[in-house]
Structure formats: C-alpha cells, structure tokens
Write a protein that binds this ligand. Structure first.
Ligand SMILES: Cc1cc2nc3c(=O)[nH]c(=O)nc-3n(C[C@H](O)[C@H](O)[C@H](O)COP(=O)(O)OP(=O)(O)OC[C@H]3O[C@@H](n4cnc5c(N)ncnc54)[C@H](O)[C@@H]3O)c2cc1C
Length: 371
C-alpha cells in the first residue's frame, strides 16, 4: 500500500517504541513504556480488527492454580519455583485490580473449586492427603490456608463427595478488562493500529526496520507480545495451544456461582450472566490443538456438551448458545519468556493458561528489558 506523506509523518515517523500484539501483555507493556518515557512516541500494532489472541477469548478466571495443578507442577518444578509462580499470579491479579479497579474488571470473589470425577478417585485421594502440604507451601502467599474441603453444594453429578476449594479465587469479565485496558492506552496518547500484521524485522545498529502486511517503517525499539503466535515471528520455545470454549444460553434461576476446575485444569467452567461458560478438552487431542488456526472440533465440542449434560447441568435444561476458540502460548516450563532478543528487540511470551494473572507483570517487565 502506498501511504501518503501525511500518513507516514503522523503515524509512522520518529517512532520510539513499537509493540506487536494488543493482548494483555502488549497493552500493559505500552502503558509502562509511557509511564517511564512520557514523551516517547509509541505505537501498538495488532493483526486483528480487535485483539485476536487469548486475551479476548479466555474464561476470565482470576486463579492461582488448583490443588491438583500445584501438586502436578511440583513434579516438574522445585518448591521455590512453584511458590514463585503462585506469588507472581497473586501479585499480577492485585496489580491488575490497582490499574483498572474492581468495577471495570467486574471482579466477583465467589471462590474457586476443583471437582473430581468418580473416575479420578485416585487423584482426589492424593489431593486430600497432600492438602496440608500445599497449604503450608503457599502460606507465604495467601497468609492463610488457601485450600479447604467443601460440600457439593451445587449438586454436580458423577463427582467425588467434596470439592477442594480455593477461597481466594475470583472471576472477571474478560471483555470489560480488555476494553478498560484499550481505553487506558488510548487515553495516554498511544496509537493502536489494527489490521496490521508484522511479517518480519531487522535490528540494525540504531533502529529496527519493520515489515508489515501493509507498510514498512522503522522504530528505535521493538517489543514483541504475540504469545501463541510467536513461531511466526521469533525463534523461542513457545508452542501454540488452541483452547475451545462453549457458553449456554441464559438459564433461569441458575444457582451455580464460582470458578470450577476439573481433571487437573484441562476442563474449567464458571457462571457468567446466568449462563455457564465451559472450556477445555485440549488433552483429547494435543496434536490437533497445537495450532494457531481458530476453529472447533467435533471431538472436543461433544465432550464439552457431555460434561454439561452429565455433570454440571444434569437436572437443568440448557441450550448451547455459541462456541469459540483462542490460542495460548505454552512450553515445558510454566515460566514466561521475557528477554532481549537483540539490542533493540525484546519479547514477552509463553504466558500459559494463567495469562490474566501474570499478563500485567509480564507486560511491565517487557517494557523495562532495554534498561
Ligand atoms: C480459551 C482460553 C481460556 C483461558 N482462560 C484463562 C483464564 O481463565 N484465566 C487466565 O489467567 N488465563 C486464561 N487463558 C490464558 C490467557 O488468556 C493468556 O495467557 C493471555 O491472554 C495471553 O496474553 P498475551 O497478551 O500474551 O497474548 P494474546 O492475548 O494472545 O495477544 C497476542 C496478540 O498479538 C496479535 N498478533 C499475533 N501475531 C501478530 C503479528 N505478527 N502482528 C501483529 N499482531 C500479532 C494477536 O492477534 C493477539 O491479539 C485462557 C486462554 C484461552 C485461549
């Protein structure tokens, strides 16, 4: 596309910082850059018409790891690492609350619960037997016991007698969070250009040359916040992981309230606007779900519908209203990658399944990698 003199001069010349990706990480990075460099010219490039990654597709859990996830993480991470992961999630949610406020986030503190299907009795018993270990490990974060047993008050079917509940877990309205962040970024005088895909870049000594689907330009610094889409742009150990979600139509007198985890977090559901939102099922076919293509599959959609019918809403008539998917960035380690890739290029990627909790701090760290 041939841009005019005015277009170049106004939007694309003398750029100090370019951020690629307008998810929770990119937007927080842009805000932090503005705070540190009030006079800087900052532009955010986003390939979608709206943010099109995980940040507008997720389930809106403000969560810190269910008990089975914590115990599973302890198999691959040291105690110190797990403690740090949970601390970062807790700090991240609190920072997000400070930035936007609870009413913009529509934060609801109903608590979270892990349910154990009858088929997962062994896992249930293991989690109960290690409840005290997990509580002791996480005491420095929460200042009291995070996990406790509670009754099956919502009368789910086919599950073990008790939930293991997390008293500090909450839920947000994902759309409101992203709209709040976008408004904040725009009010700081930061430009967001949508429909622009960064194709490649070259770090020259003083400036980064950037090629997009629409134009070429240069920027003093480049911050890459594309998470699950990383392999299109950089060579880091981040794999895409698609996650599928369904939502019911509104259900009269829906009593279920809270965030719920099933099968080590591979399934999750919550209430929202008198509906049930349910996601997961990646574990049914990891290979097919390792993709950046949006879409749904019969295998996963049928399993989600079965869970609704058999476990969550077995006595309640419901209809599925719609389904969607989002793409996460995952790796063997749960730690995000925030680092300099060259003198003037840095990335903040691999947010995993809890990017709402850590996205704010990853964005802020990305903004200071050049210092
Ligand atoms: C279905 C689902 C449910 C989830 N549920 C939860 C939850 O309940 N709680 C929680 O904490 N986390 C959850 N997550 C994870 C969380 O949403 C992510 O970790 C987080 O949103 C990642 O944010 P990000 O900014 O790094 O990436 P993204 O939000 O993916 O943002 C990256 C952006 O970069 C853009 N982009 C990519 N390539 C380019 C390019 N070349 N040029 C320009 N733009 C580009 C994309 O369009 C996208 O908007 C869930 C994720 C999914 C998919």
């Amino acid at each position: 596309m041939n841009l005019s003199y005015w277009e170049y001069k106004t939007w694309l010349s003398n750029i100090d910082f370019t951020v690629v990706g307008s998810g929770i990480v990119g937007l927080n990075c842009a805000l932090q850059l503005k705070k540190k460099h009030p006079k800087a010219k900052i532009v955010v490039l986003e390939k979608g018409l709206m943010p099109q990654g995980a940040s507008t597709k997720n389930a809106g859990f403000a969560c810190f790891g269910s008990i089975s996830e914590i115990l599973s993480d302890l198999k691959t991470h040291s105690q110190e690492e797990v403690l740090k992961l949970v601390q970062n999630r807790w700090d991240g949610i609190n920072t997000l609350r400070e930035i936007l406020g609870d009413s913009i986030l529509d934060l609801q503190l109903h608590g979270g619960h892990e349910l154990f299907l009858n088929a997962d009795k062994a896992l249930y018993e293991k989690c109960i037997s290690e409840l005290d270990i997990a509580n002791e490990l996480l005491y420095p974060v929460f200042g009291s016991d995070a996990f406790k047993l509670s009754q099956n008050s919502f009368k789910f079917k086919g599950i073990e007698q008790n939930y293991i509940s997390h008293g500090f877990e909450g839920q947000i309205d994902t759309g409101k969070m992203m709209q709040g962040l976008l408004k904040k970024v725009q009010s700081e005088g930061i430009t967001i250009l949508n429909g622009v895909t960064v194709k490649s870049f070259q770090d020259n000594p003083d400036v980064v040359a950037i090629e997009t689907n629409a134009f070429s330009f240069s920027s003093k610094k480049l911050c890459i916040a594309v998470n699950g889409f990383s392999s299109d742009l950089i060579r880091e150990k981040v794999k895409p992981a698609r996650a599928q979600v369904i939502i019911t139509k509104p259900i009269k007198n829906l009593a279920i309230k809270g965030t719920f985890h099933v099968q080590e977090g591979y399934y999750y559901f919550r209430n929202i606007d008198n509906r049930i939102l349910l996601g997961g099922g990646r574990n049914l076919d990891f290979e097919s779900e390792e993709t950046i293509e949006f879409g749904t599959t019969k295998l996963v959609q049928n399993k989600l519908a079965d869970l609704l019918k058999e476990v969550i809403l077995s006595d309640t008539p419901f209809e599925i209203d719609y389904a969607w998917s989002g793409v996460m960035g995952v790796g063997k380690q749960k730690k995000p990658i925030v680092k300099l890739l060259s003198n003037n290029v840095a990335c903040g990627v691999r947010l995993g399944g809890m990017g709402i909790a850590i996205g704010t701090s990853v964005g802020r760290q990305l903004a200071v990698t050049f210092e």
